[in-house]
Design a protein around this ligand. Structure first.
Ligand SMILES: Cc1cc2nc3c(=O)[nH]c(=O)nc-3n(C[C@H](O)[C@H](O)[C@H](O)COP(=O)(O)O)c2cc1C
Length: 200
């Protein structure tokens, strides 16, 4: 009888240990993005940026950690003023600072990098991030939102910059879709992740 009780207790312990172990396994995938809330093209004034919404969907589907590039000097909420700041940053090839830093960078083998297209380009603050970390051996996957430019030439730009990484094909989603159609964006993301071999 004692033996039977010990066996049952051991089985219970084993069952309860499995989920705990699964929860504590550190994520090996990181989603990093920059996104601008406030007034934006085609969506009015938004509380959460379009790329942020897309990034969080990716993070959910990939069980990834998230790091948002939050500018130390916030961008203007007003759309036209933000256009002006972006123009000036591009003209001066600025490297705007962001808050904090990524802890345990070495823990991640796969890094998604997300951004809106700004004047046909990746916003400068994303370059600040890409130039700050060693991507050797990592798999990098771009994603972005836009209102007509698709990826523009951002895929090529990332491949050209992060030459020590393997860069997979990115996904571009319309900002208004990412903002207003979570289900549709979720389906686009799921199909894409499957196509590039990251999910089954
Ligand atoms: C400064 C600025 C420049 C933009 N330039 C472009 C562009 O060249 N092509 C495009 O398709 N959309 C452009 N847009 C629209 C954004 O890419 C689009 O609204 C995006 O979804 C914004 O994402 P966010 O909310 O994550 O910042 C621009 C928006 C801003 C604020």
């Amino acid at each position: 009888m004692k033996k039977l009780i010990s066996l049952i207790l051991a089985a219970m312990l084993l069952c309860s240990a499995i989920p705990v172990f699964a929860e504590e396994t550190p994520a090996h995938v990181l989603v990093v993005f920059f996104s601008h809330a406030g007034e934006n093209y085609n969506v009015g004034v938004i509380e959460e940026g379009n790329t942020a919404k897309m990034g969080k969907i990716i993070a959910e589907q990939m069980s990834a950690d998230v790091f948002e590039l939050v500018p130390v000097v916030p961008y203007p909420e007003d759309y036209d003023s933000c256009l002006d700041v972006a123009t000036e940053e591009q003209r001066s090839d600025a490297r705007p600072e962001y808050e904090g830093e990524i802890e345990n960078w070495d823990q991640y083998d796969t890094v998604f990098i997300g951004y809106p297209i700004w004047w046909g380009e990746i916003p400068n603050i994303v370059y600040t991030f890409m130039e700050a970390y060693d991507f050797t051996g990592k798999t990098v996957i771009p994603f972005n939102t836009h209102e007509g430019s698709g990826q523009a030439h951002s895929q090529r730009d990332i491949e050209g910059l992060l030459t020590s990484a393997t860069v997979l094909k990115g996904l571009a989603v319309r900002g208004s879709k990412a903002q207003n159609d979570a289900d549709g964006t979720g389906t686009d993301v799921a199909n894409w992740l499957k196509n590039i071999g990251l999910t089954q």
